[in-house]
Ligand binder design. Structure first.
Ligand code: FA5
Length: 342
């Protein structure tokens, strides 16, 4: 029994030494710790172990599991650092003063997808609004029913400027101004760059794009929200994609939902791009909280509305099969120029 755990341990140590990418780490994790993996296989043999040896056997397998988890974690962190460095190193230097060669230029994938989504909503009667990247506390939080010291502020690590203003953490920061500008009824989308002081991984960046949408009118309901979300996704992907809607908490909507898309990189099996869950949070949404309508000068007795905050950068990942979100900010022209002509 001791032998079995040692054999697996030794074999694992050899394998992990030659691992070169996050994908290989993931394969190894599934092979050793997955439901049908080696460790689970050992656990399955517990029944056949004599009673007096069961405890020691269980402890040995547990210890093996912990060692494998630790090595996977350490190696993953090391590889992620190396991958990030590679991205930085591969960013080409270029002279911005050289004359432009229009034939060789291409749009950034975010620009391509942003224009595509804008067009979809434009045809459904939405206007497209622009909003500053530097906002104040009122717009980013208070007007969204997130008062000072509310625990929801911890959800977003904010970059504050010395002026007391802050870098927009989400496109919802524009809701109040747009409501005040147009009143109801209202259909608007507003794309924008967002900033959060968080550590990066394959699906998180500290600078990323969202596209907010709001629709306010008499009798707007959750079915309108679901209709617009479905239309947008089927048009973007040109095929049915698996999505799931689950309850989500955001102080500015009630009820609130999380809309997740099944990961198109791994088909839902789990990979670094979806943090091994098979699903990616894409577009939280919900019915606008009456307080938020009131702060925006809209009669909350007469009007209702929905709002959504689409993760545009993640949408680009899914649409173009980009495994690591960091490629999009890398400045790596070789990767980004695949989108020439779109
Ligand atoms: C918000 O930002 C809410 N303002 C969204 C919202 C709007 C809810 C309107 C209800 C009504 P959240 O923090 O979950 O929620 O971000 C929204 C989406 O932005 C996420 O689902 C994800 O797709 C994307 N996103 C969030 N953080 C990151 C990040 N660090 N890197 C890349 N994409 C991100």
């Amino acid at each position: 029994m001791e032998d079995k755990t040692s054999v697996i341990r030794e074999e694992f140590k050899k394998r992990i030494e030659s691992v070169k990418s996050s994908e290989e780490i993931e394969q190894l994790r599934v092979e050793y710790l997955g439901k049908k993996g080696h460790v689970q296989g050992l656990m399955g043999q517990l029944k056949a172990v004599p009673n007096e040896e069961k405890k020691a056997f269980g402890q040995a397998v547990n210890q093996l599991k912990q060692e494998i988890e630790k090595l996977l974690h350490e190696t993953h962190e090391k590889i992620e650092k190396e991958e990030e460095q590679k991205l930085i190193d591969s960013a080409e230097d270029y002279d911005v003063t050289l004359p432009m060669d229009l034939d060789k230029g291409s749009y950034h994938p975010i620009t391509v997808i942003q224009r595509e989504v804008e067009e979809i909503f434009r045809t459904m009667g939405f206007t497209i609004e622009d909003f500053s990247e530097i906002v104040d506390d009122y717009n980013c939080f208070e007007a969204l029913n997130i008062p000072k010291h509310h625990p929801a502020r911890d959800m977003q690590d904010t970059y504050y400027l010395s002026s007391g203003q802050l870098l927009k953490t989400h496109t919802s920061a524009a809701q109040n101004s747009i409501m005040k500008k147009y009143g109801a009824p209202l259909r608007a989308i507003f794309p924008g760059r967002c900033f959060r002081n968080e550590s990066t991984d394959a699906c998180h960046e500290n600078t990323f794009f969202q596209m907010e949408g709001i629709m306010i009118d008499e009798d707007i309901s959750i079915s309108n929200l679901i209709y617009f979300m479905k239309t947008m996704l089927s048009e973007v992907f040109g095929q049915d994609v698996n999505v799931r809607l689950r309850p989500g908490f955001f102080p500015f909507v009630e009820p609130g939902f999380e809309l997740d898309i099944q990961c198109l990189i791994c088909g839902g099996d789990g990979c670094p791009s979806c943090k091994n869950s098979g699903w990616l949070e894409l577009c939280p949404c919900g019915m606008i909280h009456p307080n938020v309508l009131k702060y925006g000068g809209i009669d909350a007795e007469k009007y209702t509305g929905f709002a959504f905050g689409l993760g545009l950068t993640r949408l680009a990942m899914m649409k173009y099969g980009i495994k690591d979100i960091r490629v999009l900010n890398s400045g790596n022209l070789k990767s980004l120029s695949q989108f020439i002509g779109k």
